[in-house]
Write a protein that binds this ligand. Structure first.
Ligand code: FAD
Length: 467
């Protein structure tokens, strides 16, 4: 049956970008249809990304902390791991959020159509599902079709022992020897989980540091810990070939200190994500898609076609949920006639590893490359009472301020809870705070948040001798 339905606002994709845009548009009085291929809302983030990974990372953290307590007088013994139960707990976390989103859509009278959507014209989309084909016409559309893991054509991705992040989150087994290809955030978060569950982890990374893009001093505490805990960390190393054999996945490598080849029980390929721009027949609506699959947009989220917007992973980096939701609100508001636009000063990044690494604003490397004159302070958590009370001393808090205006340019945190701490630095940057604003704001004692004020005092020169 080919029925025709009309939407004032059609949203393609029900991830964090898409559902946020749909809800905002409905709240602003628009009649909204949301097209999603999967039976649940939430996209990558809620189903196979941010949320399930954090549920598993919590499990990993508890295991690690229990082990670490042995040094402080409390021993628990070896953990009993019930994979089925961990998996179903993880699923229950996503499910309760799925259900919540379903309710929010209903409350707002957002119509959700399940099926694969592809553009037919500049004002219509065809949705294909088991029930058949359906045409949805629209005044405005918001493309929020997201991204998927990058595959390397020569790797045996069809072998069940070669994983992408979705496979890793399924937690089917705990391989004895696990190779992580790619030392970025997603690869290292999964490494943290499987290390806690008992895998011997090797990480191979092309660049000379893990989490390329983050300043080296911020990743150093994590890198040191990985070197101590994991079987191998091979930097400046590339995977040349991968072959499925009976004994395991044979991986051929080339680089500093890595063996020419090694065999693993499983391999997680985490080398990045590619946008879904080429899979939605955007050309039929006249929407430009670049050669990588990204859809170029302006500050209001508008594509080259005036009634079609795009948001989230599909419009570019950084591919982060909080960027997608922010852009989703803007696109909906612009369609509703508001004067909205993207003018956030920064999009924070967080690796929820152990220790966590979080940063925002200008990195030191970027400041140097751009010739920006800055002052810098690095406060060591070894001088924080709260950090020591947690049995941790490896963290740091770093601030960069503008040499001329004194305002904060960038900040980074490494240590437990870094991802929570970076939010204060984002606010400081958005409000144009300088080091004095930060140090005069009274921070609760003893907390890790104080380290931000201490770093600000170091910039002012009021703390000099820490040890
Ligand atoms: P997506 O979440 O990709 O949603 C797109 C939706 O569109 C999907 O539901 C898809 O099914 C649907 N769709 C696509 N094409 C069609 C079509 N033709 N028809 C119908 N439906 C379609 N980000 C963070 O900020 N913090 C984190 O901690 C974090 N952790 C992550 C961990 C992992 C393992 C991964 C893989 C990602 C993580 N991310 C994290 C990134 C985050 O998941 C993405 O940035 C975010 O989901 C992007 O949202 P989006 O709305 O642009 O697209």
């Amino acid at each position: 049956s080919n029925s025709v339905t009309h939407a004032e606002v059609l949203v393609l994709g029900g991830g964090p970008g898409g559902y946020t845009a749909a809800f905002r548009a409905a709240d602003l009085g628009k009649q909204v249809i949301l097209v999603e291929r999967y039976p649940v809302l939430g996209g990558v983030c809620l189903n196979v990304g941010c949320i399930p990974s954090k549920a598993l990372l919590h499990t990993a953290q508890v295991i690690h902390e229990a082990e670490a307590m042995a040094e402080h007088g409390v021993s628990f013994g070896k953990p009993n791991i019930d994979l089925d139960q961990i998996r179903s707990w993880k699923q229950s976390v996503s499910q309760s959020l799925n259900q919540g989103l379903g309710k929010l859509a209903k409350q707002r009278k957002v119509t959700v159509i399940n099926g694969v959507g592809k553009f037919a014209t500049v004002n219509s989309l065809t949705v294909t599902s088991e029930a058949g084909e359906q045409t949805v016409t629209f005044d405005n559309a918001i493309i929020a079709a997201g991204s998927q893991p990058t595959k390397i054509p020569s790797f045996p991705h069809d072998d069940p022992r070669v994983w992408d992040s979705t496979d890793a989150l399924e937690l089917k087994s705990v391989p004895e020897k696990l190779l992580i290809v790619g030392g970025g955030i997603i690869g290292l978060e999964m490494a943290t989980v499987y290390h806690a569950l008992g895998s011997k982890i090797s990480v191979v990374e092309l660049m000379d540091q893990i989490i390329p893009g983050c300043d080296k001093d911020l990743v150093t505490p994590l890198q040191r810990k990985i070197k101590k805990q994991y079987a191998n960390l091979w930097l400046q190393t590339s995977v040349k070939a991968m072959e499925a054999t009976d004994a395991g996945i044979k991986v051929t490598m080339e680089g500093k200190g890595a063996p020419e080849s090694d065999v693993f029980d499983a391999v997680l390929v985490a080398v990045g994500r590619r946008p879904n721009g080429k899979l939605i027949d955007a050309d039929k609506a006249g929407v430009n898609v670049d050669e990588r699959g990204f859809i170029p947009v302006d500050k209001q989220g508008r594509t080259n076609v005036s009634n079609i917007f795009a948001i989230g992973d599909i419009v570019g980096n950084p591919m982060l949920a909080h960027k997608a939701t922010h852009e989703g609100k803007i696109a909906a508001e612009v369609i509703a006639g508001h004067k909205a636009g993207f003018d956030a000063l920064t999009i924070p990044s967080v690796a929820y590893t152990d220790p966590e690494v979080a940063w925002m604003g200008l990195t030191e490397t970027q400041a140097q490359q751009q010739g920006v004159e800055f002052n810098k302070a690095v406060f060591p958590w070894a001088a924080s009472g709260r950090s020591l009370a947690l049995g941790r001393s490896e963290g740091i808090t770093k601030i960069l301020t503008d040499k001329i205006t004194g305002r904060i340019l960038g900040a980074g945190f490494t240590g437990p809870g870094a991802g929570e701490l970076v939010a204060e630095a984002v606010l400081a940057l958005e409000m144009g705070a300088d080091a004095t604003d930060i140090s005069l704001s009274i921070h609760p004692h003893p907390t890790l948040s104080e380290t931000f004020a201490f770093a600000a005092e170091m910039i002012e020169g009021t703390i000099t001798d820490l040890y």
